[in-house]
Design a protein around this ligand. Structure first.
Ligand code: KG4
Ligand code: ZN
Length: 335
């Protein structure tokens, strides 16, 4: 069965085709980063309008890349939420129109389920059950994943997400949007022990997080440095490295605690912050010490994309969670 998937929840338009047996056949992606950069963040109105411009050419591209025609498509998946309302509407309308026209089932997918199952798109596929660390621009959660659709929330952020902590700290330091990759690049030249930034809730008994205090600490530190003299390039690199280390320490400590608590040996990391190389190497070495293994999505599929949406739909279909012939989603059967 060939499933085409649409992602348009924020600033990436993604379209992909997954075959339930063969896996990912093709994906096409357009990032709006360059467009939003001038504003220092995502402008929802511009995002929606750009999704409208991109979604048809990307659909054509993905069909060409896969060697399939529209007639070969058996189901249509789309990100139903969470995300920017106007942006989500573009993907949802495109998918539902596609499904309606060709009498195909339309499968709504939760954006986070897309991220959560995306490590299964890598060469080394994790077996269930596993612990998942979901770290994106909007969410920071630790889950126990027993199977497709069987998710138990173990902990989450009480305020800002890890990606937000990266983005907001980066903005304070005058780095371009999106701050995560920019801050991480600057941190390569810095000393992570240069500034003592807080590790909020690191030793709380739960598996929750709090990141909002970090941006305040970054701001206070910046002011202190500037009071002592002009902010030099090395100061900025040191602050970037210190902020990154604080975020990685808290994420790492809490997720290893979750591994011990659940006694599971497999950890999956997904969402945009999962692209962070410092976090990746920290978790690789910590998990090796625990005699466990950590799985990541392919680097290109860490941030938003259509492949994870088509793939999540494929997994839901295979797990019998979508009634293709007799569901409200099967427009061809029950318009
Ligand atoms: O998953 P994603 O593409 O979108 C959401 O669903 O939110 O994640 C975007 C987030 C942004 O906050 C971005 O700064 C962060 O992921 N990010 C990174 C890196 N690449 C993306 N954060 C740290 N290091 C990176 N290399
Ligand atoms: Zn996302």
């Amino acid at each position: 069965m060939n499933i085409i998937g649409f992602e348009s929840s924020c600033d990436e338009t993604g379209v992909a085709i997954v075959n339930t047996e063969k896996g990912l056949l093709a994906h096409a992606l357009h990032s709006q980063i360059a467009m939003h950069q001038a504003y220092g963040g995502v402008v929802p109105e511009l995002a929606s309008r750009d999704h409208i411009r991109r979604v048809l050419p990307l659909t054509r591209e993905v069909l060409e890349k896969s060697g399939l025609t529209i007639k070969d498509i058996d189901a249509v998946a789309y990100t139903a939420g969470p995300g920017l309302a106007g942006a989500l509407l573009v993907g949802a309308s495109m998918a539902q129109a596609f499904a309606w026209t060709h009498s195909l089932p339309a499968i709504p997918i939760h954006h986070l389920e897309g991220h959560l199952l995306s490590p299964m798109l890598a060469e080394e596929v994790p077996e269930f059950p596993f612990v998942a660390l979901l770290v994106s621009g909007g969410h920071t959660q630790i889950m126990r994943v027993n199977g497709v659709g069987q998710y138990e929330l173990l902990g989450e952020t009480l305020d800002d997400a890890a990606g937000e902590a990266f983005d907001k700290s980066a903005k304070l330091m005058g780095l371009p949007y999106p701050g995560g990759p920019a801050l991480s690049k600057l941190a390569e030249k810095g000393d992570p022990a240069a500034y003592a930034l807080p590790r909020p809730m690191m030793h709380s008994p739960d598996l929750d997080f709090s990141f909002s205090g970090l941006k305040t600490a970054v701001l206070t530190t910046l002011r202190k440095i500037e009071q002592a003299g002009p902010l030099g390039e090395q100061d900025r690199a040191n602050l970037a490295a210190s902020a990154q280390q604080a975020i990685v320490d808290v994420l790492g400590y809490k997720v290893i605690k979750a591994m011990k608590k659940t006694r599971l040996k497999r950890l999956v990391v997904a969402g945009g912050v999962g692209a962070n190389s410092q976090l990746r190497s920290y978790l690789r070495s910590e998990m090796a010490k625990q005699g466990g293994q950590v799985f990541f999505p392919p680097l290109a599929l860490c941030t938003d994309n259509g492949a994870m949406i088509a793939h999540a739909a494929s997994e839901r279909v295979k797990a019998g969670l979508v009634d293709l012939n007799n569901s409200a989603y099967a427009f061809g059967v029950r318009p």
